[in-house]
Design a protein around this ligand. Structure first.
Ligand code: CDP
Length: 211
């Protein structure tokens, strides 16, 4: 079965949480495409060479989730040759046998326009910044909530304004605003939408994990 779930949206909208849960529920493989850009961003040196030579060790670094890595990622993500170097791997992953969930910025628009499910996950910048700040330790975090908000807004602006694969919903994406939803409710809604598409594509059999 070839079946792709594309989950795009701005920083800290909940894409990762939703993607991991959907992949687990339906037994699909999951690719966090942001990790590719983060790994290129933190590697240093020539970003195009870094993207062409990305290794498993680069993706296993434990500093990829830092705010600095996020900023570095969005700076290298504007370079067309960097995006081109990462394209084939993501496309192959999306159409692998057994189903795949990919989360990022351009999965539904560029990487896999033929995806069977496209979600665009959003929430206000304030809600997203608070989530990221709590993830970083909240009151114990080195950064204030205000500085996390400024970083999230700067990164979103860079991602939206770039000419190559800018952050925007595909015309046929379903918008999922997680601002007023618990993580559980957002996961349930995403799972429901995947189930509808699986049934429409004739892939659901009795006893599959969806019901
Ligand atoms: O987890 P969060 O939403 O904060 O970020 P991420 O998904 O790890 O992505 C980090 C950065 O990589 C983004 O701000 C984008 O600049 C870039 N990115 C991209 O350009 N295209 C993708 N498919 C995924 C990430």
């Amino acid at each position: 079965m070839i079946f792709t779930v594309a989950i795009d949206g701005p920083a800290a909208a909940g894409k990762g949480t939703i993607s991991r849960a959907v992949a687990e529920r339906f037994g699909f493989a999951h690719l966090d495409t942001g990790a590719l850009y983060r790994a290129v961003g933190v590697k240093g040196g020539d970003p195009v060479a870094a993207a062409r030579g990305l290794s498993a060790a680069d993706l296993a670094r434990d500093d990829l989730r830092s705010l600095e890595a996020g900023q570095a990622a969005s700076r290298v993500a504007v370079i067309p040759e960097v995006r081109a170097a990462l394209l084939a791997f993501q496309r192959d992953f999306a159409r692998r046998e057994g189903g795949a969930v990919l989360d990022g910025r351009d999965i539904g628009t560029v990487i896999c326009p033929e995806a069977e499910v496209k979600l665009f996950v959003t929430a206000s910048a304030e809600v997203r910044a608070r989530r990221r700040w709590l993830e970083l330790g909240g009151e114990r975090a080195e950064k204030s909530l205000a500085s996390v908000l400024a970083e999230v807004e700067e990164r979103d602006r860079r991602d939206r304004d770039r000419s190559e694969a800018p952050l925007r919903p595909a015309a046929d994406a379903i918008l999922l605003d997680t601002g007023a939803l618990t993580a559980k409710a957002a996961i349930e809604e995403a799972g429901r939408l995947v189930l509808v598409a699986l049934r429409a594509a004739g892939h659901m059999r009795d006893g599959m994990a969806g019901d």
